[in-house]
Design a protein around this ligand. Sequence first.
Ligand SMILES: *Cc1c(COP(=O)(O)O)cnc(C)c1O
Length: 383
Amino acid sequence: MKDLAPGLQQRREQQLYRSRKIQQGMQGVEVVLDGKNCLAFCSNDYLGLSHHPDVIKAFKKGADCYGVGSGAAHLINGHSKAHHALEEELADFVGYSRALLFSTGYMANLGVMSALLQRGDAVLQDRLNHASLMDAGLLSGATLKRFEHQNFQQLSQKLQQTRAQEKLIASDGVFSMDGDIADLPKLALLAKKHQAWLMIDDAHGMGVLGKRGGGTVEHFSMTQDDVPVLMGTLGKAFGCFGAFVAGSEALIETLINQARSYIYTTALPSAIAEATRVSLKLIREDNWRRDRLKSLIAQFRKGANELGFEMMSSETPVQPLMLRSSEKAIQWSEFLWEQGIYIPAIRPPTVPEDSARLRISFSADHDESHVIRLLDALDNMPR
Ligand SMILES: *Cc1c(COP(=O)(O)O)cnc(C)c1O
């Protein structure tokens, strides 16, 4: 049994130590963290639905109706009418044949890859894909081939070189730490040419992109035929918890029968499903939250540009400020914290070496004055 203390000490020295702040009360943009009032620009609650009164009401009603725990896995007797209705509504929302609920996005990714791939197959991943896609690929036993971020020439070469029977290309729809949108048309073209699966993890696009919030696939006016495996999470723009995979009838039946992270786990609480159904309705019907996000993002980018910050090319609520060194990212984050603004420093291994950053994220709960406060605080930064 090794002594764990030196490893922790080393992390501290490398400015890579991670710790948590304790939040009091309701999730939102004005929150109490470690007992201090602050304005947060870091959550994935992009539409502010985590505390919408109608969503909370549906959650309470769901608990009254179904109890708290679902009691069993979906394949035993944990699959409720609420889960089933949500699956049908999600499939309709994204325009796919079927959708299947998973307990988390992490588990959905593990489930898909372990059901579709085995040793000898190939999984092609964008270098900046989310850790859960990377872990899913490793767990599946398939050979991992990483390509440079959005480098389709390199992806094409790797597809040509592989002799694997079964190939799966996986990409974030909106890259979680960079905010840029994957070029789905190019990915779909290559996938079709090489008869590979294309799997898009749209954790950060779902609800946010597309005229009706359908995500990256809707943004590019694409369909199930172009992106046969679509994963969306329910804990980000939906403000709830859980995830789903959308695909063909055969894909969903295969996942029900073979995805181990689907089969061997307790179903989500039905009250969460009921809350998510209301959240979905708000996402579909209300465009104003997406419009508001767009105007906040434009206001921020214009202001940051005028202050001389070189922002990365992102049109989504994820607006990273690249600082490279972990030390600098911590300094900046602490400086903002002293001014009552919370944006944690994102450091390796969440992002590649020498690319520590402040991952600024916006929510429809923010208003213009919040953006001005953020810009003022950034302007005061000793640079
Ligand atoms: C958050 C996230 C996940 C994991 O989803 P959870 O439901 O939080 O487990 C997967 N992929 C991406 C790109 C994410 O950002």
